[in-house]
Design a protein around this ligand. Structure first.
Ligand code: HEC
Length: 174
């Protein structure tokens, strides 16, 4: 019994030392241009989606169909999201193109995620990725405006988007 305990302790100390040596060795390539293997991408994506699903359960969306919501949301989206996620008829900028994991096309995400899940992800961001949390800088209403817009992305063309973002002048912080 005692021997087993000592062996376990030695093993724990060795693996800790091994882990530290591994970190210090610099053997891991942290460059954003290094592609993760498919299964690693799958694990990360599933973890992110399941985490959002679990945490969005208690969130009840307000009415999202008011026309001024979509319009305000479009202006916010253009300023804060389009550089990474792109917009109808347009790809993301060089900022979005250099990210790993890549920012997904939110027209697809809008079909796969509920409003509450989209809201939770936008408010809280995704740790260790390029996806920022907008909760620290925006109130819930402003974030719901953007979600109302994101839900319209699957059916929105470049022209409608241009009209929505051109007419109302600026993106206001709350
Ligand atoms: C600086 C780049 C960047 C900006 C700006 C950004 N995002 Fe993201 N976003 C990302 C990245 C990268 C991911 C992928 C994270 C991952 O794969 O784990 C992501 C993921 C998401 C997801 C999850 C999509 C899915 O299919 O699971 C949502 C929703 C989202 N972003 C919404 C937004 C909204 C709304 C805005 C603007 C308010 C925004 N993002 C601004 C980089 C960005």
């Amino acid at each position: 019994m005692r021997k087993a305990l000592i062996a376990l302790l030695v093993l724990a100390v060795l693996s800790f030392a091994g882990a530290i040596a591994f970190v210090y060795s610099g053997v891991i390539d942290v460059s954003a241009t290094t592609k993760d293997p498919g299964f690693v991408r799958w694990v990360l994506m599933k973890t992110m989606r399941r985490s959002a699903a679990a945490r969005a359960e208690g969130i009840a969306p307000p009415a999202l169909d008011a026309p001024d919501r979509v319009k305000k949301g479009a202006v916010g989206y253009e300023a804060m999201c389009s550089p990474c996620h792109g917009a109808p008829g347009r790809e993301g900028s060089e900022i979005g193109k250099g990210l790993n994991p890549p920012p997904p096309d939110l027209a697809h995400s809008a079909k796969e995620l509920t409003a509450a899940q989209l809201f939770w992800l936008t408010k809280n961001g995704v740790r260790m990725t390029g996806m920022p949390a907008f909760g620290p800088t925006h109130d819930d209403e402003a974030i719901w405006d953007i979600i109302a817009f994101v839900q319209r992305l699957p059916v929105m063309g470049a022209e409608e988007y241009a009209t929505l973002t051109a007419t109302s002048a600026e993106h206001h912080h709350h």
